[in-house]
Write a protein that binds this ligand. Structure first.
Ligand code: NI
Ligand code: MN
Length: 226
């Protein structure tokens, strides 16, 4: 059997699509409100939506997209209970430290140091196992020593915020990548708003100087990761 090729498409901010050819997983779908967006919400098709926390630039168009695609939302108990369940949307509501088995593989909830955007509950990141790969989607987070634990997970791709102001900036994201040691780092959560303006190419170069691979995706670009 040949290796499965994962397609990872960047829709801007923290919104990615993972596609293993059988299943599609969308992260934090902030699309209609994103000034840099290149797609229309109506064009999005997905099977699952991962939501890291309830801030508007992450919850985004989740309810809309789940409504017309029939996608299942994967998030925390509190977020699903307050915002997803009442809409009659299918959901899987886990919590930090837990792993959920899914038809595409699994999703493990990991710590993110950030506000949840709802009463109670916590923001989270996810480790997604899909297509024989492990992807760490950090969500919005500060640098935290917990990231060192991810090194033992054998992360293939780390999606890290670099915007600063609300999350890690480039210097802390570099330290995160050094702790996690992924095969590839992809920056996210930058340039959408003036306060999170960053130079992703300079960030990529700073990682390469440490021997860490980094790829900056243009909005709308798809990476084929075999
Ligand atoms: Ni946030
Ligand atoms: Mn955010």
């Amino acid at each position: 059997m040949g290796r499965i090729e994962m397609k990872i498409t960047y829709y801007g901010h923290s919104c990615f699509m993972f596609d293993d050819g059988k299943c599609r997983v969308l992260t934090d779908p902030y699309i209609s409100g994103n000034p840099l967006t290149r797609i229309s919400v109506d064009d999005v098709s997905t099977d699952y939506i991962l939501v890291s926390h309830a801030h508007g630039d992450h919850l985004g168009d989740t309810v809309d997209i789940a409504g017309f695609t029939g996608a299942t939302v994967i998030s925390t108990v509190e977020l699903c209970g307050q915002l997803i369940q009442p809409e009659g949307i299918k959901n899987m509501a886990g919590n930090i430290g837990g792993s959920l088995k899914t038809p595409f593989g699994s999703v493990k909830y990991v710590n993110a140091i950030h506000g949840s955007g709802i009463p109670g509950g916590l923001a989270c990141g996810f480790v997604v196992e899909m297509g024989g790969k492990k992807i760490y989607f950090a969500g919005d987070t500060a640098l935290t020593a917990d990231m060192a634990l991810l090194k033992d997970e054998g992360i293939d791709i780390a999606l890290l915020p670099i915007g600063d102001y609300y999350t890690m900036g480039p210097a802390d994201a570099k330290r995160a990548a050094e702790m996690i040691c992924p095969e590839l780092t992809i920056p996210m959560h930058y340039n959408t708003f003036p306060v999170i303006r960053q130079d992703p190419d300079a960030f990529a170069e700073s990682l390469r100087e440490e021997g860490l691979a980094c790829r900056v995706l243009e909005i709308g670009e798809t990476l084929n990761y075999g």
